[in-house]
Structures are given as C-alpha cells and as structure tokens.
Ligand binder design. Sequence first.
Ligand code: 2HG
Ligand code: ZN
Length: 460
Amino acid sequence: MTDARLADLADRLPHLRLLTEPADLEHYGRDWTRRWTPKPLAVALPGEIAEVQAIVRWANEHGVAVVPSGGRTGLSGGAVAANGELVLSLERMNRVLDFDAVDRTLTVQSGMTLHAVHEAAKERGLIYPVDFAARGSCSIGGNIATNAGGIRVIRYGNTREWIAGLTVVAGNGELLQLNRGLIKNSSGYDLRHLMIGSEGTLGIVVEATLRLTDPPPPSQVMLLALPSMDALMEVFALFRARLPLQAFEFLTDVALKHVLAHGAQRAIDGDHPYYVVTEFDADEAAQDAAFAAFEHGMEQGWISDGVIAQSEAQAAALWRLREGITESLAPHRPYKNDISLRISALPAFLHEIQTLLGDAYPHFDVVWFGHIGDGNLHINVLRPADVSDADFIAQCEHVTKLLAETLQRHGGSISAEHGIGLVKRAYLGSTRSAGEIALMRGVRQVFDPKGLLNPGKLFD
Ligand code: 2HG
Ligand code: ZN
C-alpha cells in the first residue's frame, strides 16, 4: 500500500476489505449520471458498524473525504467520488437484523437492496411499500439518503413515512440511535428526519428500522392513451375521485418510442401524444367504477384509447412501458430534470414550461414522463449526435436555470426524489431560501465539523 493514509487504515483495521485496483475505483466512484470521471483514493467495504466508525475517525485524523455508497443508481451525482475521496460502500452490510411482528417493523442493514427488503417483508406476510424501477440494485441506505419516492407515492408516501428508526455514524464517528422504532416521540428535534434526504452529508446510515404494512388487495393495471396534457390532468382528477388508486404515471409518445425500441411491447395502436399507466385496487365495485370512469373520459374526449391487463404478465408488460424508460434512455446519457409541484399548480406550470422547453430545445429529443399523480415530472433531454458533450451540457444548464426560475414562481422544487447531489446544487437557491440554506450549512457543521462526509454534494 503506497499511500501512507491507506497504510494506516489497513493497520488499524486489518480485516477491512479495501480496494485500490483501477477497475474498482471506476466502478465504485460513479453513479448512473456518468458525467464525472471517477477518481477515488480507494474503496472500503466495511462488514460491521465498528469498522464504519473507525473509518470515519481515521478520515477525520487524515482529513480524507468520505463518500457513502449504496447501489449507486442515483441520477444526481450524489454518490460520485471524483476527488480522491474514500468510497465507503455499505454493500457487504446487507442483512435483515430483526423483525418485530407486534411493531410490524423490519430492521435491516443499510446496504440491503430495495428488492431484498421487499422480499424480506413478503416472507413475513407484509409489504414495504416504497417501490421504483431501480429496486434490484438501489440500496435502502441510498433510498433514505434521498428520501426516495417512486411509483406508489400517491398511496403510500415517500421513504420518510416508513422509517421508524435509524442507526447512524455521525461525522465524528459517534454512533446515534435515532427514534428507536417509536410511533410517538415528542422529545425535541427529530434527528432521524434530518438524516432522511441529507444525501450522506450529515452521517452514514448503517441500520434502519422500517415500518411494514398489509399487502394491498388484488389490483388492476390499465394503460390509457390521451390526446393532450390538459386531458391528462382531467383524467387524473376523474380517476382519483372514483378509484382507489395505487399509482398514476404518465409518459409521452417520445418516451414510448424509446422504450419500445428497447424491447417493450406496444399495447395500444396508433399515435397518441400521452399515455397513462395506472393501477388501482380491483374489487368488483372498483372494476365497475373503472369502466364507468373510462367511458366518461372517452365521452369527454380526454381518453382516446385504453387497455386493461388480463393477467399478471400483461400487467408487467404495461408497467414495463413506464418502468423501462430510464434504462432505454441510459445509452444516450440524458440530461435529467426531476421536478416537483403541487398538483394544483401543475396545469399553469405545464402550459408555461411546454412553450419554454419547445423554444429552448427545438432540435433535441425531450422525453417527459413521471409521477403525475404526486406532482413529480421527469424531463430527460437527449444529446443529438452532432452536438458535443460540453455544448449539450451548457445548453441544458441554461434551460435548467430558466426552468428553476419558473419552478420558483410556481412554488415547486428542482428535485422531487433524486436529490440535489452535484447535478442540481447550482439551483438549490431556487427551491430553498438563503436563510434556509444558511441553516442547512449550520446543521451540517454540527454533525460533520470538518465537512468530510460527501463534500460538494447538496452545496459546495
Ligand atoms: C423513474 O421515475 C425514476 O423512473 C427515474 O425516478 C427517472 O430517469 C429518470 O429521469
Ligand atoms: Zn421517478
């Protein structure tokens, strides 16, 4: 080990798995953004909390920055290590620690994938309801770090709602047990909630106690084709009023084009500008209500066509049209926006923004999709072959500035669920006031006085 700091770490923790091969540095130093060149000092894969604490203490003594790392499926650069940091991967800490049938909680190590959490809950006759396409690789620790949302927020809310307790290694190496699974706890600041969404800048989540709930009743999945964005809002209002919705997601024809080219099956013929994938509890009454709502939507001219899945395989095929979008776009390394608005503010905002983006990106493929039911839109912009990476990013940054100003006027947020990371930090001020950001910096200073936990993420 040529680096004296790493030699010291290896001396202190002889059993610590430490990687320094270039291929490992590249693999662990980047997330799905693929915009930064990974350049970590090394990758540590602790197997227990004591090792995480020792690493953080070592980092403080040597002034080494630490990037906490889960599944690195993030889309905002939150897990990127491009400046000689130590990547602290939690991937070996991936076990279920406890299940309490009375409290209906599952305590897990933070390196567990979301999929493994789902399976562990299912084995116990319950569900952990937060869900999204990256479930197979993202870690529960990463979900907590960004307060991940996903496709069932209209029914179940964000990750935050499901965290009953956290065990965290703070910036000085101290171990904090936050909330310890309590439902009620009116005893001062709830530091658990500060950790959720803090993007690894306040502490390293090593364990989480998750609330579980009953599985939903059998459900049905429908795909709808719609003529316009206005119709989309009308259909959402109609379906929300009449059906017990679990999900209400949309995509445009451009998104459909990409996902079909990537192997998904077309389910509705013809050209339609907008599509909805919706899922709802399907007892007999709900099925009747769904047909009535569908017919009403057709009569009003808000729905042009629709199909309802007749089997689980068909339901999965319809979901693929929505969930396969990110993967189908990945080879293009799109520029991503992940914005949030109050649902009531969406119609006015959408009118304004469609014109803005149409004018700003006349030659780019702009792919819209997302969680319209909770006010979260994803806008992916694809680089044309004849535009250089640098020019493309510069143009997208310019448009994001305009987008951020528009969001600010409509009371929205520049990040709904992906986090600020490196990608959005220049725009944080459009969503948070100067006073709020100053307080956030102050909080960070308290938890991590030397600023060694994920520096440069969230703010610089
Ligand atoms: C989704 O909703 C994810 O599928 C990814 O949040 C969104 O790729 C994106 O922009
Ligand atoms: Zn999303």
